[in-house]
Design a protein around this ligand. Structure first.
Ligand SMILES: [Zn+2]
Length: 337
């Protein structure tokens, strides 16, 4: 029993010793609690700083890594940017090049023609001519001045069968015509059209023996002259046989009134049959007056060029119809007069 107690006593001592040891550590902790807490706080703060720092590093490395990984995309982007910039430079070269330069306007239109029927024509000298230009009620001339490339009738129509009538003679005979100024350039026409007119009239003379009268007032007319014709028009005709100064193709120098002489029947069959070979068309056929807006004029021929004249003759189209046809427009939508 004593041995047992002794053993118990030993165990209790050991336990106490252990207890004493533990309490020693605890004491250490108790004594240095502030220091320990300060160390732990420092470690914690340090850890937080490290984490934040590493996170920032991660992010910043993400960017370069992203740059590295999607580098293809990012490299493509600058290359794309680099590519458009050189393309942007040649762009202006492409803009002036737009091949429409051969056809900058639809058929029947050129820089001298406007679809604006309200505004008055403005000053302008030597405005552009297009052999297919449509000048009528809906296609007006922009300028008051003279078209390019006008030459005198007398310089081209030199054969003996011509009778070139001067404005004074016309003024004496025609109630429509009044001479106003010396500047009126009556006796002129487009140089190219006049050459073809000369060839056509010579062929007519050779074929029939008849002469031709070309009035100096029946070729090119300036704005004021044409407007006088319009103001003095025969108002009983519907549609009229003349047209305002900015709507007449006499202003272009491409239209000519040709009078057959010594021809008892006073017919124009030869001209109607052969004019296309010389680039001319009968501009205002009576059968087309609802489309041209002009009552038939069997004497008025218009130069359009051989190719267009031949095609118009084959198709049986007047100029309004032909221009609409060439522009792919619906012929039934043409205005009717
Ligand atoms: Zn005429």
């Amino acid at each position: 029993m004593a041995l047992f107690e002794e053993e118990l006593e030993n165990m209790a001592t050991t336990h106490r010793k252990k207890k004493k040891k533990k309490s020693g550590f605890q004491r250490f902790v108790d004594n240095n609690f502030g220091l320990l807490m300060a160390i732990m706080l420092a470690v914690f703060v340090l850890l937080v700083i490290l984490i934040i720092h590493s996170f920032k590093k991660d992010n910043s490395t993400d960017v370069p890594s992203k740059t590295n990984t999607p580098a293809p995309t990012q490299t493509v982007a600058p290359t794309k940017e680099a590519t458009p910039s050189p393309t942007a430079t040649p762009e202006p070269t492409e803009t002036p090049t737009p091949t429409p330069s051969p056809t900058p306007y639809p058929y029947g239109m050129c820089s001298s023609v406007t679809l604006d029927t309200e505004s008055d024509p403005v000053d302008g000298e030597n405005w552009e001519i297009d052999y297919l230009m449509l000048v009528n009620w809906t296609h007006r001339l922009k300028y008051k001045g003279n078209p390019e490339n006008l030459v005198r009738l007398d310089d081209v129509l030199t054969a003996s069968f011509y009778k070139i009538e001067d404005p004074h003679t016309v003024a004496e005979k025609s109630r429509n015509f009044v001479i106003e100024t010396e500047d009126d350039k009556y006796d002129r026409g487009n140089a190219v059209a006049l050459q073809h007119l000369d060839e056509m009239c010579k062929a007519y003379h050779e074929a029939t023996g008849y002469g031709v009268k070309v009035s100096q007032t029946g070729a090119y007319r300036n704005y004021a002259t044409q407007d006088r014709f319009w103001n003095n028009r025969d108002k009983s005709l519907d549609p009229p046989r003349t047209i305002p100064g900015n709507a007449s193709e006499h202003r272009t120098g491409l239209g000519f009134d040709i009078w057959v002489l010594d021809n008892e029947k006073y017919d124009y069959k030869w001209f109607q049959k052969n004019c296309a070979k010389y680039g001319f068309v009968l501009r205002y056929p009576e059968s087309k007056k609802k489309i041209t807006g002009i009552t038939g004029e069997q004497w008025h021929y218009r130069y359009v060029g051989v190719e267009a004249a031949t095609e118009m003759q084959e198709l049986g189209y007047c100029l309004e119809e032909y221009i609409a046809y060439k522009n792919g427009e619906d012929l039934s939508s043409l205005p009717r007069y």
